[in-house]
Design a protein around this ligand. Structure first.
Ligand SMILES: *[C@@H]1O[C@H](CO)[C@@H](O)[C@H](O)[C@H]1NC(C)=O
Ligand SMILES: *[C@@H]1O[C@H](CO)[C@@H](O)[C@H](O)[C@H]1NC(C)=O
Ligand SMILES: *[C@@H]1O[C@H](CO)[C@@H](O)[C@H](O)[C@H]1NC(C)=O
Ligand SMILES: *[C@@H]1O[C@H](CO)[C@@H](O)[C@H](O)[C@H]1NC(C)=O
Ligand SMILES: *[C@@H]1O[C@H](CO)[C@@H](O)[C@H](O)[C@H]1NC(C)=O
Ligand SMILES: *[C@@H]1O[C@H](CO)[C@@H](O)[C@H](O)[C@H]1NC(C)=O
Length: 434
C-alpha cells in the first residue's frame, strides 16, 4: 500500500513537466482574439496597464483582473518580420528570429512594463504568419535565447511551422534555469500520456470562435482527457482562449459574438473542465467590460476552476434528443468553415471539489428555454440523498433538497452552476469517474 502510494506520487511527478508551474490552471490574457495580426507593443502595454489599473467592484471591493488571478499577458502571432531576403522566413541565415521593430521597438521594455506591474509576460513561437518550412537546431536555440534575453515568462508554441519537437523545446527552456510556462498549441495533434507531458497545458482543438456552436464544439474536445485522467496539475487540457467579450475577431463571420447567457455558459464550462482561463477581450473598453464583469469576476466560479480533487471535470448526463448548432473551425489552410454539429439538447457536467462537495453545470444547448432536472444520485461521487444546493451565479444558498433539484425555465444557451454538499458528514461514496 505504502509502496503503491509512493509509486503513484512518483508517476504523478514524471507525468507532468517538472518546472513547478501550472499546478492550477493558468489564468491570463492573450492578444489573438482581440487584435489578430494587428498587434503592437503600445497596444500590449496598454492592456497590461488595464489588467492592473482598471478596477471594478467585487463584493464592494475595487478589484482588478490581476487581483482575480488573470496576471499573465501573452503576445500572440505577428511580432516577427516576414520580409524575407534570407533563406528562411522570419529567421535570419543564422537562425536568429527577426523582430518587426516598427511594431515592437523594444521587447525588453515591454516585458519590463509587465514586471513592474507584477504581471508576467508571454511570448509566441513556431509562428503561423510566414511559418518556417525548416527547423534547424540553431532556430530552436536562438528562439529560446531570444525569449530569455527579452525576459518573457511564458510561451505559446504554435503548430504552423516545422519547430514541432516539444521535447526539444522543453529541454532548452529547462536549461535556461528559469521556469517558463509552456503552452502546446498543436490543436490536439500532440497529446500527453501517463508518463509524458513536456508542457504545462495543451490545446485539444482547432481555434475557438465567438459563437455558441464553436464554444460547445471545443468544450467537448476536453472530455476524453478528463476521462483518461490526463488533464491534471501541470498538464491541463485546453480548448483555447475565452471568447467572453469578443466579437468580430480574426474569425470574421465566424465571430458574431456571444450573448450574455452564452458568455456565462462559456466561462462556466471552461471553469468546470479545469481549462486555463485566457481572456482576450479589450480590458480598457468600459462597454465591453461592464457587460461581462459579472461573469469574469465571479470568484466562486474561478475557485471551481482552480480547485483540484483528482478529476478535471466532465459530462455525466445528457438529453437523448439532439439539436443542431453551427460550429466554426479552422481548416489547415486558414479558411474558417461553418458546419453543423449535433449536440444533446441539454448536458450536465460535474467536478469534485474535495470534502464531499461537488459542482455541477447544467447547460441548455437548445434553442428554447427548458426546465433542467438534476437527480442527485446521477452525480458521480455525491453521497447525499438530501443535498444542500448553492447557486454560484447569484451567490445564494437555495436550501436543502430531497433527491432532485429542478432548475426552472433555463433560457436557450444559458446554464446553472450549483455547489452540492451534504448537510451531515456522510462519507463520500465510491467514485466512478466518467
Ligand atoms: C488523476 O491523476 C492525479 C495526478 O496524477 C491523481 O492525483 C488523481 O488521484 C488521479 N485520479 C484518478 C481518478 O485516478
Ligand atoms: C529542469 O528539469 C529538472 C528535472 O526534471 C527539474 O528538477 C528542474 O526544476 C527543471 N528546471 C526548470 C527551470 O524548469
Ligand atoms: C499600435 O497600433 C495603434 C492602433 O492601430 C497605433 O495607434 C499605434 O501607433 C501603434 N503603435 C506602434 C508602436 O506601432
Ligand atoms: C508587486 O508585488 C510586490 C510584492 O508583493 C508589492 O510590494 C508591490 O507593491 C506590487 N506592485 C504593484 C505595482 O502592484
Ligand atoms: C508516452 O509518449 C512518449 C512520447 O511519444 C513515448 O516515448 C512513451 O513511450 C509513451 N508512454 C506510454 C506509456 O505510452
Ligand atoms: C468598445 O466596445 C463597443 C462594443 O463592442 C464598441 O462598439 C466600441 O467601438 C468600442 N470602443 C472602443 C474605443 O474600442
Amino acid at each position: 500500500m505504502a509502496l503503491q502510494l509512493l509509486l503513484c506520487a512518483f508517476l504523478a511527478v514524471v507525468g507532468a513537466i517538472d518546472n513547478g508551474l501550472g499546478r492550477a490552471p493558468p489564468m491570463g490574457w492573450r492578444s489573438w482574439n482581440l487584435y489578430g495580426a494587428n498587434v503592437n507593443q503600445s497596444l500590449m502595454q496598454r492592456i497590461m496597464d488595464g489588467m492592473v489599473s482598471k478596477k471594478r467592484k467585487v463584493d464592494g471591493v475595487p478589484t482588478s483582473l490581476c487581483d482575480l488571478g488573470f496576471c499573465d499577458v501573452g503576445l500572440d502571432d505577428n511580432w516577427q518580420d516576414c520580409k524575407g531576403g534570407h533563406q528562411y522566413h522570419y529567421h535570419d541565415d543564422a537562425g536568429i528570429p527577426i523582430i518587426n521593430r516598427e511594431r515592437f521597438p523594444d521587447m525588453i521594455t515591454m516585458t519590463s512594463h509587465a514586471h513592474q506591474l507584477n504581471l508576467t509576460s508571454g511570448w509566441y513561437l513556431n509562428n503561423c504568419i510566414c511559418s518556417e518550412q525548416a527547423a534547424t537546431d540553431s532556430m530552436y536555440q536562438s528562439d529560446v535565447a531570444a525569449l530569455t534575453v527579452f525576459g518573457f515568462d511564458a510561451v505559446k508554441l504554435d503548430g504552423c511551422g516545422q519547430q514541432q519537437d516539444l521535447d526539444k523545446w522543453a529541454d532548452l527552456f529547462n536549461k535556461t534555469g528559469r521556469p517558463i510556462m509552456i503552452e502546446n498549441c498543436h490543436w490536439g495533434g500532440t497529446v500527453p500520456n501517463a508518463t509524458w507531458c513536456p508542457w504545462n497545458f495543451f490545446r485539444t482543438s482547432g481555434d475557438v470562435r465567438a459563437s455558441y456552436g464553436s464554444i460547445v464544439g471545443n468544450l467537448l474536445t476536453t472530455v476524453e482527457w478528463a476521462q483518461k485522467n490526463l488533464s491534471k496539475p501541470g498538464c491541463w487540457a485546453y480548448p483555447d482562449m475565452l471568447e467572453v467579450g469578443c466579437q468580430h475577431g480574426p474569425g470574421g463571420a465566424g465571430d458574431p459574438g456571444l450573448t450574455f447567457f452564452e458568455a456565462r455558459s462559456h466561462f462556466s464550462a471552461w471553469a468546470i473542465v479545469s481549462s486555463p482561463l485566457t481572456l482576450s477581450l479589450d480590458v480598457n473598453n468600459d462597454t465591453v467590460m461592464d457587460a461581462v464583469w459579472e461573469i469574469i469576476s465571479n470568484k466562486e466560479i474561478i475557485a471551481v476552476n482552480q480547485a483540484w480533487a483528482g478529476h478535471s471535470g466532465s459530462p455525466f448526463k445528457q438529453a437523448d434528443s439532439y439539436v443542431q448548432l453551427t460550429d466554426f473551425n479552422m481548416e489547415m489552410k486558414g479558411a474558417i468553415i461553418p458546419h453543423n454539429s449535433q449536440v444533446p439538447s441539454w448536458q450536465f457536467f460535474y467536478k469534485p471539489m474535495g470534502g464531499g462537495k461537488i459542482v455541477v453545470l447544467l447547460m441548455n444547448h437548445d434553442s428554447k428555454a427548458q426546465d433542467l432536472t438534476l437527480t442527485f444520485s446521477d452525480v458521480p461521487g455525491l453521497s447525499c440523498q438530501k443535498c444542500k444546493v448553492r447557486c454560484l451565479y447569484v451567490h445564494s444558498d437555495l436550501g436543502e433538497h430531497d433527491g432532485t433539484f429542478v432548475a426552472k425555465g433555463v433560457p436557450s444557451h444559458d446554464s446553472r452552476m450549483f455547489m452540492l454538499s451534504s448537510s451531515g458528514h456522510a462519507a463520500q461514496k465510491d467514485v466512478v469517474f466518467m
